[in-house]
Unconditional design. Sequence first.
Length: 288
Amino acid sequence: MMRIAPVPNCGSNLGESPIWNDLDQALYFVDVTAYALCRYTPNDGLCRRWVFGKPIAALALTASPKLLLIFRSSIAFFDCTSGDLVDLPVSPVDSDERYNDARIDAQGRLWVGTFDRLMKRPLGKLYCLTNKVLRCVDEGFMLSNGIAFSPDRLTMYFADTWSRCIHAYDFCLESGAIANQREHIRFDGDGGPDGCAMDSEGYLWVAVVGGGEIVRYDPEGIPHTRVKVGVSKPTSCTFGGPLHDRLYVTSMRHGLTSATLAKQPLAGQMFEIEGTQSIGIAEERFQQ
């Protein structure tokens, strides 16, 4: 039986990009509109925040203890101990674009999506960062979001929230090439796909923002399990804990009316779900 509970001291205005780090047994995530990186350590129940002068869209682990932070228009290494922030020298994206969600593949490459700064045109692109070169591999998206790879590393998944679709691609791990884009999951109910997490069986867990649930899809894109989280806008999810058997879910209160917030006092909270009967896959680390 599943147990869903809010995580104390981990509220956000717009929580995103949760990642479990095995090195320090901690959960990292960002509060986008508060310009904050957050770290929750279950062992002591503390949540620490680092605030920057610009919004953080996502984060990733690296081969060192440093984190890779994806800001709206730049990428940087961050040392949580010293506080040092060092920009990664990569070519900037078009001025009309801003970074959003990201993921590392098993070769240590960074994959990151963008969207139109004005959120009016399908200017979003999917980029891959290899050897400090940022190359566009696909384009024409409204709101690039969650990225995931199948356990056999043959398929990549990529969400476009506003188009209410998760695309699938054939993926070559060795070269980083993608091909054969197709519609994998179409969202016809309330909400659309935001962040996602892959489990060890190849099932994709998707946060349905505006739909109030996390849905587990089988490799064919068929819904298998639905978990209502008690807020309308869950934003992403990741597996964590020593055994990677706890599902952590970020959510948002940003943009909700006072009346809606009165009905959803836990909006913006981090949630921990136990008893999913699924095991997650450890996050890959940036090595370029």
